[in-house]
Every structure is written in C-alpha cells, then in structure tokens.
Write a protein that binds this ligand. Structure first.
Ligand code: HEC
Ligand code: HEC
Ligand code: HEC
Ligand code: HEC
Length: 500
C-alpha cells in the first residue's frame, strides 16, 4: 500500500473525507467528555406509585414502597464493615485513638465522648448512645438544646411545619426526643410530589438569603451538593433561643467565619484549663469542598458519594451514601483511568500529609492550654492574658476546622494545609507570649507535657468523672429511650397514607 500522503495527492477528495471524519470524531469525543465531567442527572426514573403520603412523611419505609431500589440501597448506610485509613462506616472512638482531643475540649461535652461519624442509618442511635447529651460536665447539668436534632431526622421538618421554626429550636433536647425517631431520610432531600431535590432546612435558605442568593434559582448540579450542605457545614446556635445559623455572612473561609464569630464575641464554651472563650468547629465539608479542584471542575457531592448504578438495565442513583473508597469503580474511575490502588494511594497521601501537621498543631495547643493554666495559677491578670487567649482561640479554631471536616484533606488539600499552617503560626505566637509572661511571674522552666497517653488518663487529667457519666447514660438508655419509641409508634399510626 502506498503511504497516505501519496494517496491523497492522487485522490484529493480523500483528504477532505479524512478531515471531515476527524471533525465528527472530535465533536463526539467532546460531547462524551462534557457529559462525563458534568454528569447531569437525567430523569432516570419511571414508576407507578404504590402509596400516597404527605410531604412530611418521615418514615423511609413508606417512601420506599414507591422507590424500592433507592430505599434498599439507602438502608445499607447501616453497613459498618468498611473502614478506610481515616474514615468509613466503622465505629471509631476518636478520644481513644487520640487522647489529646480530651484536653483540647476540656470543659466541653466533646471531651466526654466523641466517635467518628457513621452512615445516615445511625444518626438517631448515635446521638442517643453518646455520652454527651444531657450528662454533666464538671458537675453542672448541661442538657443540649433541641437544635441538636436538626441534622438527624426528617421528623425535624415535620415538627417545624407543626410548631414553627424558632419554636422548634427552643428548650432542651429531651423535650422533643419522643418526636425525633426516624433517621435522616427521603423527606429531607426530596419533594414528595415529583421527587425533585428540595431544601428542608431553614438555616441554609436563610444563609443564602443573607448573601443575596435565592436558593430556589440554583442549578440542578448545585442542588446535588446543596442537599448535603443542609447538614455537612459549619453552624452555630444563635442567642438564647438557640436558633440554628450558618456563619457565612463574610464568606466561606476559616478566616471569614472567625471574623464573623469575633464580631459577636461568640463562644461555644470556656476552656476549663486555659479559660479561653473557645469556638467549636462543626464539619465544614461543603465550605472546604468548594475551595477544591473537584468543585472548581463542576462536580457535586453526589458525583462521588451517590454515583449511578445499574440493576436489570435500570439506571438509578446509588443511595448507599458512604466513603467513595469503598466504590472506586463507580466513582473515581468514571473520570480517572488510574487503577484502584493508585487512586486510593492518592487519597491517603493527601490525608497523611495534612495529618502530620495537624498532629503538630494539636501538641502545640495542648501545651498552650496547660501553660495558660499555669499562668492563671501564678496570678496572671486578665489584661495580660487577653491577647494570648485570642491566639489560642484562633489557632484551635483552625485546627478544628480541618479535624472536623472528615473529607477535607482530600476535598481540598491545599486549603486544608494552608489553614493548618496558619494555625501553627498562631499557636507558636501564643506560646512565645506565654513564655514571657510565665518568666515575669518567676517561672522559667518548660512545663512538663502531661501524661495523656490514653483516653482515661486524659479524662482524669482534666478532672472528668467517667464512672458517673456511664451510669447516667445507662439510665437514659434503659428508661427514657424505650418510652420515646412507644410514643412515636402511637403517633405514627395516625399518619395518613393511602394505597393506590
Ligand atoms: C471527587 C470525589 C468527591 C466529591 C465530589 C466529594 N467527596 Fe466527600 N469524600 C471523598 C473522598 C475520597 C473521601 C475520603 C474517604 C475516606 O477517607 O475513606 C471523602 C470523605 C467525605 C466524608 C467523610 C466520610 C466518612 O467515611 O466518614 C464526608 C462526610 C464527605 N466526604 C462529604 C462530602 C460532601 C458533603 C461533599 C460535597 C460538598 C463531598 N463529600 C464531595 C470524595 C469526594
Ligand atoms: C439531615 C442532615 C444530613 C443530610 C441532609 C446529609 N447528611 Fe450525611 N451525615 C449526617 C449525619 C448526622 C451523619 C453522621 C451519622 C452518624 O454518625 O450516626 C452523616 C454521615 C455521612 C457520611 C459518613 C458515612 C460513613 O459511612 O462514614 C457521609 C459520607 C455523608 N454523610 C455524606 C452525605 C452526602 C454526600 C449528603 C448529600 C447527598 C449528605 N450526607 C446529606 C447528616 C446529614
Ligand atoms: C441526602 C439526600 C438524599 C436522601 C436522604 C435521599 N435521596 Fe434520593 N436522591 C438524592 C440525590 C442527590 C439524587 C440524584 C438527583 C438528581 O441528580 O436528579 C436522588 C435521586 C433520587 C430519585 C430519582 C431517581 C434516581 O435514582 O436518580 C429517587 C426516585 C430517589 N432519589 C428516591 C429516594 C428515596 C426513596 C429516599 C429515601 C429512602 C431517598 N431518595 C433519600 C438525594 C437524597
Ligand atoms: C466526574 C469526574 C470525576 C470524578 C468522579 C473524580 N474526579 Fe478526580 N478529578 C476530576 C477533574 C476534572 C480533575 C481536575 C484535573 C484537571 O482539570 O486537570 C480531577 C483531579 C483529581 C486529582 C488531582 C487534584 C489534586 O487534589 O491534587 C486527584 C488526586 C483526583 N482527581 C482523584 C480522584 C479520586 C480519588 C476520585 C474518587 C474518589 C475522583 N478523583 C473522582 C474529575 C473527577
């Protein structure tokens, strides 16, 4: 066969055909690439309704009668068999794994008990089983407000419809315990009329509103993240009514939110050793994700945490919301050609590197709290401590912003690393000031690092009576929870559903 160049010279139309074919191929490749990257959800479901139910029906099994595929996968958020290096659905006692946390949260309920998040299936169980709610810290009774229920259950929008938003948040969490019994579910994210995605949590709508954005006008792809941003965000409880609010008025970065909180002189609690007015970061997953490359390339949470799957030729959205590392083939590999082990290594590498500096910051914070405690003990004055405590507050806020965002090190590694490094800088500043202050009070040695090698030792160090806590929890689980369940069963008998 002659070389192609010579053939074209003999038959000039051949060149045009090759040219046209190339254009067509490139055009279709382009279409394919854009459909892969945007992965806009198609209307992939056709169904015959089995039951009719109200907009605020909280029971997943009722919605599930109409959508068994989504329901069955959603129920599998109960699976606790997968643990990745840092995340996954398995139960992890974070205070046991890292007892320094106990000291960082001294005086706050998190120092009593803190387990890593599991699947949505456990949202109610885990808050009830936890030692935190209602049990005493330092002898003082400190029941959590009803606001704590907000991200746990579709009973929340149901009760808000009945009693009003502000009223819902008021009071301590025991007063609504019998109302909030169904774990996070369909009604939280879907409109019962047409199954469109919907936002049910007022705090998100109000936060967008204050930024001048009408949440009803965002794109479909954005909604595939915003349904998650109802809960996977930084938030706080405003005022005596404990009204749930997101601190986004100045922007989404750690600094923007810190400025917001400082302008209110807001504090979640006062640290029991250093007396610092502290901020507790919740889980700014959405905010951090938005600063990463995947968000910048137009991905939404659902692209990795709720990929498409196929069953009997039917394409639908996988509702087993979990770590994507348990499902690389349907998530990462839709876009990346690398093999599974390499993609997992990419994730772990980012997480390991950020953890390395986060651990360093954690140790600096333990030392700063203990040194500040010593300064008070030696008679330091409020005016001398003020700048130091502000440093501790800001440094720990940065540490927590990253520690509490479980996916952050992958979602946005560069921003995560930046926040941790500014935290280290500020913690060092606090310790330099502390060294000077301690010296003026005649203390020139390095304070010994406390023995907090286990959770029990750390809790003892901050003066927690864990025996008492455990008794209180046992009583609560045995006496209170069964009553709540019984009340809920009675109430739910009256909900209207109709078989069709
Ligand atoms: C490009 C893929 C991708 C996107 C998009 C994405 N994530 Fe993740 N997410 C991950 C990976 C990878 C991890 C780390 C999993 C691990 O360590 O096991 C993770 C971890 C998490 C975790 C902790 C998981 C666990 O097992 O405890 C949460 C929560 C989370 N992401 C929420 C979100 C939210 C909310 C969004 C959208 C705002 C989002 N993610 C968008 C890939 C993604
Ligand atoms: C109504 C509040 C709420 C909404 C909406 C919500 N989550 Fe969650 N999510 C939670 C809570 C609470 C937990 C922790 C449950 C526990 O540990 O008991 C959780 C846990 C998770 C986990 C950890 C699962 C595991 O196996 O470790 C992932 C991943 C996650 N959510 C992703 C998402 C994504 C993606 C969306 C949006 C499609 C979303 N969530 C929407 C409240 C919510
Ligand atoms: C945390 C939010 C969330 C919860 C809870 C949730 N879904 Fe979804 N659901 C989604 C998202 C995101 C999509 C994808 C929508 C899209 O892209 O149009 C979806 C899609 C669907 C669809 C459209 C068809 C498909 O598979 O894409 C149906 C039907 C559905 N969900 C049913 C349910 C049912 C039934 C439940 C309760 C058992 C439920 N969903 C719980 C977020 C949620
Ligand atoms: C829907 C497509 C899509 C999915 C799904 C996806 N990615 Fe990506 N990923 C991208 C795009 C686009 C970029 C940016 C690359 C570019 O534009 O050059 C990227 C960038 C990356 C990078 C380099 C950015 C960085 O952080 O340094 C890594 C690593 C990565 N992805 C890993 C993953 C892993 C692991 C998963 C699964 C948990 C995943 N991706 C899922 C499209 C995707």
């Amino acid at each position: 066969m002659k070389p192609i160049g010579e053939q074209i010279k003999e038959k000039p139309w051949l060149g045009w055909i090759i040219f046209l074919c190339t254009i067509i191929i490139v055009f279709f490749l382009g279409l394919l690439a854009s459909s892969i990257i945007e992965r806009r959800a198609e209307a992939v479901f056709a169904y015959t309704p089995e039951v009719e139910h109200s907009q605020w029906e909280p029971r997943n099994e009722i919605w599930g009668k109409n959508f068994p595929r989504q329901y069955n996968r959603y129920m599998q958020t109960s699976d606790t068999s997968f643990a990745s290096k840092y995340n996954g659905g398995a139960m992890r006692d974070m205070l046991e794994e890292d007892p320094r946390l106990v000291v960082l949260w001294a005086g706050y309920a998190f120092s009593k008990d803190y387990s890593q998040g599991r699947g949505h299936f456990y949202a109610i169980t885990d808050i009830q089983q936890n030692l935190r709610p209602g049990s005493p810290v330092d002898g003082a009774k400190s029941p959590l407000p009803n606001t704590c229920w907000t991200c746990k259950s579709p009973d929340v929008p149901r009760v808000m419809q009945e009693v009003g938003i502000a009223e819902f948040y008021k009071g301590s969490w025991e007063t609504r315990g019998h109302e909030i019994v169904n774990f996070i579910g369909c009604a939280d994210c879907h409109d019962a009329q047409n199954m469109n995605l919907r936002i049910t949590r007022p705090a998100l709508i109000e936060a967008f509103d204050r930024r001048g954005v009408d949440i009803n006008k965002v794109s479909h792809q954005e909604m595939r993240s915003l349904v998650c941003a109802q809960c996977h965000v930084e938030y706080y409880f405003q005022g005596d009514g404990k009204y749930l609010a997101f601190p986004w008025d100045n922007g989404f970065t750690a600094e923007n939110m810190e400025e917001y909180y400082d302008s209110y002189s807001f504090a979640d609690w006062t640290h029991s050793i250093s007396k610092t007015p502290m901020l507790k970061a919740q889980h700014p997953d959405y905010e951090l994700f938005m600063t990463g490359i995947h968000a910048q390339r137009g991905l939404s949470c659902a692209d990795c945490h709720m990929p498409y799957m196929n069953e009997g030729g039917q394409k639908f959205t996988d509702h087993k919301i979990q770590s994507p590392l348990n499902n690389i083939a349907n998530t990462c590999q839709v876009c990346h050609r690398e093999e599974t082990s390499k993609l997992i290594a990419n994730v772990y590498e980012r997480q390991d590197k950020i953890k390395q500096n986060r651990d360093k910051l954690e140790e600096l914070l333990v030392r700063a709290h203990v040194e500040a405690g010593k300064a008070w003990e030696l008679g330091a004055k409020e005016t001398e401590m003020q700048a130091i405590l502000q440093n501790i507050r800001h440094a720990q806020w940065r540490w927590d912003f990253i520690a509490a965002s479980h996916g952050g090190s992958f979602h946005s590694p560069i921003e995560s690393a930046r926040i941790i490094s500014t935290g280290i800088d500020i913690a060092q500043e606090a310790r330099i000031k502390l060294a000077r202050l301690l010296a003026t009070y005649g203390y020139n040695n390095e304070l010994p690092y406390p023995d907090i090698s286990t959770k029990a030792k750390a809790q003892k160090f901050i003066g927690l009576d864990t025996e008492k806590l455990r008794n209180e929890k046992d009583r609560f689980l045995k006496e209170v929870i069964p009553q709540w369940k019984k009340q809920a069963e009675e109430r739910e008998k009256n909900y209207e559903t109709k078989n069709i």
